[in-house]
Design a protein around this ligand. Sequence first.
Ligand code: FES
Length: 149
Amino acid sequence: MRKHGFSPHSLIEALHSVQDTFGYIDREALIFVSGSLRLPLSKVYGVATFYHYFTLKPQGKHTCVICTGTACYIKGVPALLDSLQAQYGVTLGETTADGELSVLSARCVGACGLAPVAVIDGHVAGKLTPESLLKRLEEVIHHELHHQS
Ligand code: FES
């Protein structure tokens, strides 16, 4: 937004930046963008939902954003995606049938030194292997189930 001078015209670029960095656009981000650009929230929300390209916060209880930027991709994203497909039956842009997990992609979350990286429920997990990724997901999903019982 700084790059575009906080101009209302930079709304689409701002939303692109949010999505590229976080994998999706949640309510906090919509409010932040609306406040920073001095645009009504309804307008920001309208634009974010109008364009097919933008993804609003997914419906899964947990989110796993796989960074598909170059550094991460080279360091093993395809193997991570294979393991997600095998374990949960989902890939980028999908949510498991039980609504527990949504898998998304981001273009670079700014932690290339830790490639390959995923952001799981807002926490960066780096130097992932298929095993460590599945373990992390297992932990967040089970932690929650444990708390409910
Ligand atoms: S490419 Fe994944 S963090 Fe930069």
